[in-house]
Every structure is written in structure tokens, then in C-alpha cells.
Design a protein around this ligand. Structure first.
Ligand SMILES: [Zn+2]
Length: 242
């Protein structure tokens, strides 16, 4: 344990045992965009032992308004590599792996297998479905977040999917209207709020602080309100139905 962890050690819900589990933990982060930058910064500063950051994209100037790990000098460079370097500066005592290739099903399954928790902050439904199916198959905790316009969503799934819903129980089909910040716009800190909440949920999982999962949390930034809905397990879900 280190002095940098002092506030976690003093916290009843984390303490020495919780911080040791955080330090021994591995998180796979899908997407190093606005959500992923916020999640990754807090997970790294919190001392998560191994962060795997998967993003095959490069930094674009239009990312700089909200993807806070990147500077103008990073434009056209690989997001995962730049993010990994920034995070190593934030916390030199953890292991960080940058995954810059687009992951096929087998490579994704291998990465998911290594992880205790998977955070999905990617920007498209095809990847969300792929990540969900891999987490269901491997029995892993999946923390899913998205943000568009002035709205954010957060949901926590697994690791046991026998009687609990998965992401595909929530979205059976792609909702293209939610796919892209490019066409719809997004208020800069909204993905940061969601990414930060995802880091909270990951640290809670390691610390054994469990809230009621199977809930969809909707953040309405315009109204400054949260709405929470229960996610029903779909009997005909293509991913988790037995
Ligand atoms: Zn399902």
C-alpha cells in the first residue's frame, strides 16, 4: 500500500482489503474517447493494477474538446498509445497495455478472459454487441456507458447472467440514432460524467460494494436529473437466454 492510496485506505467501504483487490485487478477498457478518457484517468489514479485500453482510432482535432487525455500535439497518433503514456505519468506503479488493433471475436475473447471487469465506452452498436456477447460467454462484469447530446446512460451487467439481463436484453437491435456524436453533437463533460460513474462502478465491484445491478441509469444533463429503469431479462435474448 502506498501513500497515494491513503484516502481509499481511510474509506470504510474500501480499506486495505479493497485497495489490495483494486491493485490486483485488471480492467479492459473498450474505447478511449470521451467516456474512456475519464474512466481511465480515475482507474489509473486509483491504482487498478492492470489497465488494458483498446482503441484502434487516432486522435482527431474534433476529439480535443472532450477527450481530456489528448493534446493538440497528439492529433493523428494512436489514441490507445497516447492514453497509455498519459496514464503512466499519472500513476507509474500500475501496468498499462495499449491495444491498437481492431479486435476480432477471438482476440476480444482473449482480452476479456484476462479482465475482471470490462468497461465499454465505445461509440457504435456493433462493438457493444460484440463486447456484450464476449462478457456473457466469459461470465464477466460489464459496465456500459454512452453519451450523446445532453444525455448519458449507464448500466451494469453480470458477471452471472443466469437470471440477470445483459446489454442485448436492453437493446435487441442497433439504435442508429444513438450511434454518433458527430452528427448529433454532445456537451463536452457529459461523457466525462458517465465515464467517471463507470470508474466508480468498477471500483465498487473490486471493493465488494454492490448496488442493485440490472438497472439503466439515464442522465438528463439539461434537467440535471437521473432516471432509473429496471432492465428486464429477455427470454429470447440472442446472447444470454438459455
Ligand atoms: Zn440478454
Amino acid at each position: 500500500m502506498m501513500r497515494r492510496d491513503a484516502r481509499h485506505l481511510a474509506l470504510e467501504q474500501v480499506g486495505i482489503d479493497g485497495q489490495e483487490r483494486i491493485a490486483a485487478g485488471t480492467v479492459l477498457l473498450i474505447g478511449a474517447g470521451g467516456i474512456g478518457c475519464a474512466s481511465a484517468a480515475y482507474l489509473a489514479s486509483s491504482g487498478v493494477g492492470h489497465l488494458m485500453i483498446a482503441d484502434f482510432d487516432t486522435v482527431d482535432e474534433t476529439n480535443l474538446g472532450r477527450q481530456v487525455l489528448y493534446t493538440p500535439q497528439d492529433v493523428n497518433q494512436r489514441k490507445a498509445e497516447i492514453a497509455a503514456n498519459r496514464l503512466r505519468a499519472l500513476n507509474p506503479d500500475i501496468n498499462i497495455t495499449a491495444i491498437t488493433k481492431r479486435l476480432g471475436d477471438a482476440a476480444l475473447a482473449s482480452a476479456v478472459e484476462l479482465a475482471d471487469v470490462v468497461l465499454d465506452g465505445c461509440d457504435n452498436f456493433a462493438t457493444r454487441f460484440q463486447v456484450n456477447d464476449s462478457c456473457v460467454a466469459a461470465g464477466k462484469r460489464l459496465i456500459s456507458g454512452s453519451a450523446i447530446r445532453m444525455e448519458g446512460q449507464l448500466a451494469v451487467f453480470g458477471p452471472n447472467y443466469d437470471n440477470r439481463p445483459c446489454y442485448r436484453c436492453l437493446y435487441a437491435e442497433a439504435d442508429e440514432s444513438m450511434d454518433s456524436c458527430a452528427g448529433n453533437g454532445v456537451l463536452s463533460p457529459v461523457p466525462g460524467v458517465i465515464g467517471t460513474m463507470m470508474a466508480v462502478e468498477a471500483l465498487k465491484y473490486f471493493s465488494g460494494v454492490e448496488s442493485d445491478i440490472s438497472m439503466l441509469h439515464l442522465y438528463d444533463a439539461a434537467a440535471t436529473e437521473f432516471h432509473t429503469l429496471r432492465i428486464q431479462k429477455r427470454e429470447d435474448c440472442p446472447a444470454c437466454a438459455r
